[in-house]
Write a protein that binds this ligand. Sequence first.
Ligand code: IPE
Ligand code: IPE
Ligand code: MG
Length: 232
Amino acid sequence: MHRVPSHVACVMDGNGRWATRRGLPRTDGHGAGEKALLDTVYGALDLGLDWLTVYAFSTENWRRPADEVRYLMHFNEGILLRRRDELNDLGVRVRFSGRRDWRVPRRLLRHIDDTVALTGSNRKLTLTFAFNYGGRAEIIDAVRAVVADGVPASKVDERELRKRLYFPDMPDPDLVVRTSGEFRISNFLLWQLAYSELVFSDVLWPDFRREHLFDAVREYQRRDRRYGTVEA
Ligand code: IPE
Ligand code: IPE
Ligand code: MG
């Protein structure tokens, strides 16, 4: 296969609608998303991707009903406990990108740290959970670090800012897939998406499987990335 992307990022959207259509509580949709996530990880390994980044909880998702927020905190903790050995055996390095603020339960932070430590030396695939993540928050945090480091205004450039993003070693996504038929970015990786290819799928996240990832990659392979230049 030619031109396989190195980094794919997914906005895992449509869990609530998936559940509502079945007469179930919205949270059942999040639960059903676990299978979709794991199948996508297997698909990423099949494809030989280096990086897979998934949007799990945004800085705006705190505005949801308290019960749903609480469910999502437990759910993400549960995913770590249920899946970390499997991910580790697969050679997946797990990371979390986002703000570690007081709203994230302490126990979840501990499981995050344990999972990151457990899988830290794996190199097959880096799976980054964007959790309590906002693209604007990340840029603001980077700007704060630039200022705190005393970088003079005349020396502030893309390199100085990029160095202070949450994971400076993470390459920009080549491809972003958003499920559930929504056509927006919703504060995901704003800096990094400057030249990413965007593919939108009508599939609701709990129904997403590796075949849908392969479809998105095929669509990506038909795209012509120009980065502002003209054809050679
Ligand atoms: C995405 O599914 C999961 C999170 C945002 C945590 P949603 O919960 O947004 O599902 P819809 O968009 O309401 O269907
Ligand atoms: C984006 O989905 C966030 C995640 C998938 C975690 P949302 O469902 O929160 O986005 P909006 O509200 O439709 O823009
Ligand atoms: Mg949504």
